[in-house]
Design a protein. Structure first.
Length: 395
C-alpha cells in the first residue's frame, strides 16, 4: 500500500502524546476500577439545560443544513462585541471566524501565520496539542521555557533570544494558562508585545480560559498598544459555558487575514452546524453571571487544594491565578512527574496528568484538574497528599 505522508506521521515529533495516564485510567474505569479522574479539563456539570433547549429549538426550526462558513452573522457580531468590550478595540463581524472549537481555531491561525519550514515559538509548559498543531501546518515548534520560580510567567528576553536564533515567524501564548494557571500580567504582556514588534512576529493568543480568573484580571493580548494588527485571538465556548462537546470556537484578528482563513474553512471544515451556533449565541446573551456560575466551582476547589497543600511539607504549588488546574510540584517525593502519576494511579486509583506531558519546564510536577464534585475532589486530594508523604518517607 502507499505510505502515509511524513507530515501525518510526524505530528508528535517522535515523542509520546502525553496522554498515557489518561488512557490507562479510562481503561481501568471501563474494567470497573473506581478511579478518581483529575486529568482533563471537562466540567463535572453538563451544558445548561436552557442552552440545550435553544439548541433543540434551533434544530427543529430548520437550522440543520449548511450554515454560513464564516459563522452566522448574528453570532459573529456578538463575538465581535464581546471582544470589543474586553480590548477597547473596534471589532466587527469581518474580524471573526467561527470554528469547530478552539483547537480548529489554533490550526487555522497557524496556517495563516506560518509557511512550510518556518518556526513557531510556544511557551513551555504548553497544552499538549500545541507542538502537533504547529507541525500539522508544516511549521517547526520551538518551546521557550517559563519557569515555576518566575510564577510560570514567560520572560520577553527568553522569547527574543529564541526568535533571533530560529528566525521565528509566530509565537503562541496562553493566558489564563493551561496547565499552570498563570495569568499574564501587564508587564509580561508588554514585554512580549515589544519583542513581537521587534522580531515582526504573529502572536497567536489562546484565551479560552478568559472567564476563569481567580486573582488579577484577564488582559487580552490584542488590546496591548500596537498589537491588534499582529494578533490572532482564539476563543471558545467550551470552558466558559461548559460546552466542550459542542465544538464552538473562534479566531479574531485583522479582517484581511480572517478572509484568508475563511477560504481555509471552505476547504476543510465548511463551517459549524447552525443549531450549535444558535445555541452559542443564546449562551453569550446570558451575560457574565452565567460564566461566573460555571467558573465558581473551580475557584472553590482551587482554594480547597491550596489550603490542603498548606498543611503538609512534601508538595508545593505556585498558586494558580486562573483556569481549572493546579500544577503541583512533586519533586519532594524524589520521583519524576510521570513516575509519580503512574504510581498514584496504580496504588491510590487517582489519575492526574504528568507535568512532562506539557513540556520540559513542567518536569517534576503533576497537573491536577479541579473537575470532580467537591466531596469526591477532597477524597482524591487526601489520597494524593498521603501518597506523596509515603513516597517522601520511603525516598
Amino acid at each position: 500500500m502507499p505510505q502515509p505522508s511524513h507530515r501525518i506521521r510526524s505530528l508528535l515529533g517522535g515523542d509520546a502524546d502525553g496522554w498515557t495516564v489518561f488512557y490507562r485510567a479510562r481503561r481501568m474505569k471501563d474494567d470497573g476500577v473506581p478511579v478518581l479522574e483529575l486529568t482533563i479539563g471537562e466540567h463535572d456539570i453538563g451544558t445548561d439545560a436552557a442552552i440545550l433547549d435553544e439548541m433543540h429549538r434551533a434544530a427543529h426550526a430548520g437550522h440543520t443544513g449548511y450554515a454560513a462558513v464564516p459563522g452566522i452573522p448574528a453570532l459573529r457580531d456578538r463575538i465581535a462585541e464581546r471582544l470589543a468590550e474586553a480590548t477597547g478595540l473596534p471589532m466587527a463581524r469581518d474580524n471573526v471566524l467561527v470554528t469547530p472549537g478552539g483547537q480548529a481555531g489554533l490550526f487555522a491561525a497557524h496556517h495563516a501565520a506560518l509557511d512550510e519550514g518556518q518556526t513557531g515559538l510556544l511557551i513551555d509548559p504548553y497544552y499538549t496539542t500545541y507542538p502537533g498543531t504547529i507541525r500539522a501546518v508544516g511549521g517547526r515548534p520551538v518551546p521557550v521555557a517559563a519557569h515555576p520560580e518566575h510564577g510560570f510567567q514567560p520572560r520577553a528576553d527568553d522569547i527574543a533570544r529564541a526568535a533571533r536564533q530560529t528566525e521565528a515567524r509566530s509565537l503562541l501564548i496562553n493566558s489564563p494558562n493551561n496547565p499552570t494557571g498563570a495569568v499574564y500580567g501587564a508587564e509580561t504582556l508588554d514585554g512580549i508585545a515589544r519583542m513581537a514588534e521587534e522580531h515582526d512576529l504573529w502572536v497567536i493568543s489562546d484565551e479560552v480560559y478568559d472567564s476563569q480568573v481567580w486573582s488579577g484580571r484577564h488582559l487580552p493580548f490584542a488590546g496591548r498598544p500596537g498589537m491588534a494588527e499582529r494578533t490572532l485571538t482564539v476563543g471558545s465556548m467550551s470552558k466558559s459555558h461548559a460546552m466542550t462537546g459542542s465544538r464552538l470556537g473562534w479566531v479574531a484578528g485583522p479582517a484581511g487575514v480572517i478572509e484568508d482563513m475563511i477560504q481555509l474553512a471552505t476547504h476543510t471544515t465548511y463551517g459549524v452546524a447552525g443549531f450549535i451556533q444558535e445555541a452559542a449565541l443564546y449562551a453569550l446573551e446570558l451575560g457574565p453571571k452565567a460564566e461566573r456560575d460555571v467558573a465558581a466551582p473551580f475557584r472553590r476547589r482551587r482554594d480547597l487544594l491550596m489550603a490542603r497543600l498548606g498543611g503538609q511539607q512534601v508538595l508545593r504549588a505556585v498558586p494558580p491565578e486562573g483556569a481549572m488546574y493546579v500544577m503541583v510540584d512533586i519533586r519532594g517525593t524524589g520521583m519524576t512527574g510521570t513516575g509519580f502519576a503512574e504510581a498514584l494511579l496504580d496504588e491510590m486509583q487517582v489519575a492526574v496528568m504528568p507535568g512532562e506531558s506539557f513540556g520540559a519546564a513542567a518536569a517534576g510536577h503533576v497537573r491536577v484538574a479541579l473537575t470532580l464534585p467537591d466531596e469526591t475532589f477532597e477524597t482524591a486530594i487526601d489520597r494524593l497528599v498521603s501518597f506523596a508523604a509515603a513516597c517522601a518517607e520511603a525516598a
